[in-house]
Design a protein around this ligand. Sequence first.
Ligand code: DX5
Ligand code: ZN
Length: 218
Amino acid sequence: MKPIISASILSADFGHLADETRAALEAGADMIHFDVMDHHFVPNLSFGAVICEALRKANITAPIDVHLMVDNPDLYIEAFAKAGANLITFHEETTPNVQETLAKIRAAGMKTGIAVNPDKPLPSLELVRQLDMILVMSVFPGFGGQSFIESSIDKIKEARALITAAENACYLGVDGGIKISNIEVVAKAGTDFFVVGSGLFGTPDYKETVDQLKAKIC
Ligand code: DX5
Ligand code: ZN
């Protein structure tokens, strides 16, 4: 599938969030990655559906992929659907019934993803057959700007093999520490969906950065 760069606005300047989001998209980012943290599942608190809605009101029309790093993801689904989100990714261990959570996301008209922490196993083949994305975490979630965990490369390769075996058009996403310096090796391992936060918003020229990221994966 065509590789996607999803800009993680957790690393944007929140004082100018709509402008920063627009700038990332104008620079060539394909999607917006929206990191929701509840201070329980991860040791940090970020933003919720009202901010997603505010971006839509500010005429941000690109797809928004919401990464729920929260206990009880079911509680957030309806609000994010109303706020204009397109894809919801959650962590398997945060819900008592994965099938119900997936069904709720689909019923609300959104695509589904499962995120996998560095110390957690990949989803089962049966589950992969139902997903639109597996999101391999290449850092322990909670903060932007962390270093890519090198052992994630083997996990990405395993996830690619799983998706091939599942014969499903499912994105293989990677989230955490993606930069111009490592995106090529991450792509070669099988990734086709790249979440980039500080590797984009921490750089002086977003267009130059996205051009360089894309040159290494396209
Ligand atoms: C980590 C978040 C990531 C983060 C990525 O908890 O899920 O999406 O914003 O940021 P970078 O690219 O800076 O590691
Ligand atoms: Zn994320």
